[in-house]
Design a protein around this ligand. Sequence first.
Ligand SMILES: *Cc1c(COP(=O)(O)O)cnc(C)c1O
Length: 816
Amino acid sequence: MSQEPLVRDAEVAEFRAAVLAKLTYAVGKDPDHAFDHDWFEAIALAARDHMVEHWMDHTRQIYRKAQKRVYYLSLEFLIGRLLYDSLSNLGLLDIAREALTDLGVDLERIRLLEPDAALGNGGLGRLAACFMESMSTLGVAAHGYGIRYEHGLFRQAIVDGWQQEQTENWLDFGNPWEFERPEVIYPISFGGHVETVQDAGGQQKQVWWPAETVRAVAYDTPVVGWRGSSVNTLRLWRARALEELHLERFNAGDHLGAVAEVARAESISRVLYPADSTEAGQELRLRQEYFFVSASLQDLLRRHQNIHPSLLNLADGAAIQLNDTHPSIAVAELMRLLVDTHAIPWDTAWDITVNTLAYTNHTLLPEALETWPVGLMERMLPRHMQIIYLINAYHIDSLRAKGIHDFDVLRAVSLIEEDNGRRVRMGNLAFLGSHSVNGVSGLHTKLMRSTVFSEMHKLYPDRINNKTNGITFRRWLFQSNGELTSMLVDALGEDVLDHPEQRLVDLEPFADKPDFRKRFAAQRLSSKKALARIIQERLGVVVNPEAMFDVQVKRIHEYKRQLLNLLHTVALYQAIRAEPGTNWVPRVKIFAGKAAASYHQAKLIIKLANDIARTVNNDPTVRGLLKVVFLPNYNVSLAESIIPAADLSEQISTAGYEASGTSNMKFGLNGALTIGTMDGANVEMCERVGAEHMFIFGLTSQQVEARKRSGEFNAGGDIAASHRLNDVLQAIRGGVFSPDDASRYAGLIDGLIAYDRFLVCADFDAYWDAQKRVEDLWHDPAQWWRSAVLNTARMGWFSSDRTIREYAEDIWKALD
Ligand SMILES: *Cc1c(COP(=O)(O)O)cnc(C)c1O
């Protein structure tokens, strides 16, 4: 980047001195004897100092301008590594690299030492991380609130082909990015009972006498926006006991009992629930949800009161976004704080609550809609249960007053589900307590209106709105694909870094320039070589970087249909074996993803992938034509290595099930071509990129709906119609890939035939044909790379900056 050489030399010298000072005085190490990890800490601390300066400026400015605050409440933040993110956004990446080279330290090697902050499961948590970065970039005065899990998402090992979960200890070496705030503490209570008392004025009042109280302690991580523009705060809560040691018990010799309370309290922030898209029906999970919601609301009310005389104008100063239903107990907690603690009348409090809260829905899967047993709620949060009953009573009364008496309607919109044991419906609670309810892609929002929330939507027709997800281009292009980024800067100028949403389209004419296409292909090849090295290191499998890299990386879930991809893999394997002399496109099928620990079917699919990989990779007939790899422990860092190396992006969920998807956008931005269904944000990608530059196939969501209504889920007909599918299923069922246990997949295949809930068999032939089209295009490199360049050029709209601007304008009213 153009800069006066002298100024630059001075900056390099300054950074070098700062790192040395941190190493000496903060880490306490002599440069001659420092370990790589010491260097990492010193560099991170030096970078953090730069952020802190911007942070304080920014915070002062927010107070001065009395900017509206946005609070993003999320049980998950899937952050990944922060070193390059911070250095790059501060404009210090090259400076740091040079400064460290002078010291004989390789920044790239140091980068790999940072553990991923994996405080999330998948897309929902990664979205929260992208949003934090975009809010800083756009200057939204935002605070993220979540839990500082001691152990993030489990580390996945593959042992004999099976997933094994291991504890992730990301904090073992400390965390140089965060500031502990031992003075920012809130009490969080559970259990006990509620008493009705008369206050001095003769008014009835509810008093909660809890049985247990823990402390929430704040840890702040600064989040810097592009070019250091502004710095927001991610505030994560850690649970501590009120007393660290029960001294009386300890002195009486009960050494374990003396710390029992500590263990119980601290278990709240011990682990992230490894459940993705399915309800984690655990008492501890509800404790986690209430814990972080209560701490966050107490904190933001205090901040509001610091600048405003009362809470009556809370909605003018604050907007609270609930990321899925996990924080939806906020509706009852905010009511409790306003009514019980701050003596605001119920109706006023309700208006404040609804005007302040907004809710984002992430799934329509019935089994993933969060509900809690009424009994558990009454035991753990007795006052909140009362408040929920009261909200429900007013809600149902207001409907009756409007002349709505239809029992089915009232049952659908009630906060209490009566069918299988009484349960509180958190989705309906979040809907009712929010002024905005948004979906995360056009199709998903449409389906919200017509399915889960159809009755609510009729009552509140303006409430549901769409905010199609996005990704931050800083991490998913600039940091993860430096080579492509340099090409873009060469072609379009530096401005593309600041305004990729507007400027990326200017790349379109370059799709017709053979030289540019060649450079584009060369970048891909070098990323593929780097990924091939990782594959060899981790799996001992040698893959050819010239082969097509066909990639499906995401959580393992039946609706995402890794199984469909595996069936295609087997079909391809059989076809190549039958006619090895044909002009096959050499392919490497790359899979990665974690399965929830209790999700047996998903774990069996991982085993199947590994069984197929072993068979295929050891078969000399297909050597050079087909390889299959399952890379263990998918996380943000692995995604950053895989995505720039992908030729083909697999986005093949059953239509109507993937709310949005965001890896589809990451791949498209990096120029991979998508094979996918008309699901989630694939639909919008198709509108913008053009169907002729993607490989769209399969049943549409309407067709899937029709199949559901007909109740026809037996796959017998689909199999009878497809020899190829039949052969594939027979081979897997018969133990071709599991000679050590021939019946391992009998249940899986029989189940698929009897009840093909996700229509894997129904879409198989269409998928095979789409894969044929992929091969045809691969044989025509000029057209392949033209489409690839156009994919990158047309992805600008999928920036999370665009998404955040829409939230800020439509929902939060928080842009100046
Ligand atoms: C982007 C991302 C996801 C989301 O992937 P989808 O394919 O959209 O489900 C999950 N995990 C990680 C690590 C990611 O980076």
